[in-house]
Design a protein around this ligand. Structure first.
Ligand code: BTN
Length: 252
C-alpha cells in the first residue's frame, strides 16, 4: 500500500520499508544504510527522538512514525516541506484547518498533533515525521500539550494516514520555495502572538510581526523591531523561561 502511494505521486521518494518495531526510524534508516528515495516506518517506535534532545513517545504504537531519506538540503526547506505535508495530510483526514507553529509543530486546539525532526550527515538528510493518530490517553506531562486524530473525533487506520502522508510529501518536496512559503504562511499560528525566544544565548520577548520560514522572524520588542535568524532561534516554552534546557526531557 505504501509503495503504491509513492508510485501514485511522482517525487523524490520511491521505496517504503515497513518494520514491525524499532527504537527510532531515524536510527533504522542509518542502520539499514538507506539511500535517498527510501522511506522507513515502523508499527511501533519505542524510543523516538524529538527536537532539542526531547523524546517522542509512542510506546503503544498508536501514532505514525516515518523517516524519509533525501539528499542534503537547507534544513529550513526540508523542515517546512515536512510540516506542510503533515499539515495537508491532517487537514485532508480531519476535514478542518490545522496550524503550523514555527518552526514546525503541527497544532490543533493549541495542542501538538505532529512533529518534525531533520537530521543531516555529510551526504544525506533524514526527515522524521511523527503524527498522533489513535492515542486517547497520554503520560501526565503530555496531557495538556499533545492531541491525536482520535481525540478530534476521527480514528483512521494508521496505514491510511501513512499512505496519505507519503503521497503528499512526495508532491510537496517538488514545490518551489514560493509555494512552500505560501502554504506555510496560510497556516502560521505564531505570527501576531507574543512569544519568548532564545537566540544566540539571549532571551528575547515580543510580538511576532512577520515570519519568513526560510530566513527568520521579525519581533516587535519594547526596544523596537528586531530580526531573529531562523537557524539560531527557538521558541521557549513557558517552563523554560530563564532556565537552561535539560537534554533528556520527555515531551512533544
Ligand atoms: C519534535 O516535535 O520534537 C519532533 C518529533 C519527531 C518524531 C519523529 S517520529 C519518526 C522519526 N523518528 C524519530 O525517532 N523521530 C522522528
Amino acid at each position: 500500500m505504501l509503495n503504491a502511494a509513492l508510485a501514485e505521486t511522482p517525487g523524490p521518494l520511491c521505496r517504503a520499508i515497513v518494520l514491525h518495531e524499532t527504537a527510532s526510524t531515524q536510527d533504522a534508516a542509518r542502520r539499514l544504510n538507506l539511500k535517498p528515495g527510501d522511506v522507513v516506518t515502523a508499527g511501533r517506535q519505542t524510543q523516538g527522538r524529538g527536537r532539542l534532545g526531547r523524546s517522542w513517545c509512542d510506546d503503544a504504537g498508536e501514532g505514525t512514525a516515518v523517516t524519509a531519506v533525501l539528499h542534503r538540503d537547507a534544513p529550513e526547506r526540508l523542515a517546512i516541506a515536512a510540516a506542510v505535508a503533515a499539515t495537508l495530510t491532517a487537514e485532508s483526514i480531519l476535514k478542518r484547518t490545522v496550524g503550523i507553529k514555527w518552526p514546525n509543530d503541527i497544532m490543533v486546539e493549541n495542542r501538538k498533533l505532529a512533529g518534525i525532526l531533520v537530521e543531516q550527515s555529510s551526504e544525506i538528510a533524514l526527515l522524521g515525521i511523527g503524527m498522533n493518530v489513535l492515542q486517547r490517553s497520554w503520560p501526565a506531562e503530555l496531557k495538556h500539550i499533545a492531541i491525536s486524530m482520535a481525540e478530534l473525533g476521527v480514528s483512521p487506520e494508521r496505514c491510511r494516514v501513512l499512505a496519505e502522508l507519503l503521497r503528499t510529501l512526495n508532491e510537496v518536496l517538488r514545490w518551489d520555495q514560493d509555494q512552500l512559503i505560501d502554504a506555510f504562511s496560510a497556516r502560521d499560528i505564531l505570527r501576531g502572538t507574543r512569544a519568548r525566544f532564545r537566540c544566540e544565548e539571549k532571551e528575547i520577548e515580543g510580538v511576532v510581526s512577520a515570519i519568513d520560514p526560510m530566513d527568520g522572524l521579525t519581533v516587535q520588542t519594547h526596544g523596537g523591531e528586531i530580526r531573529l535568524p531562523a537557524a539560531t532561534t527557538r521558541v521557549l516554552k513557558d517552563e523554560e523561561r530563564g532556565q537552561s534546557v535539560s537534554p533528556d526531557r520527555r515531551g512533544r
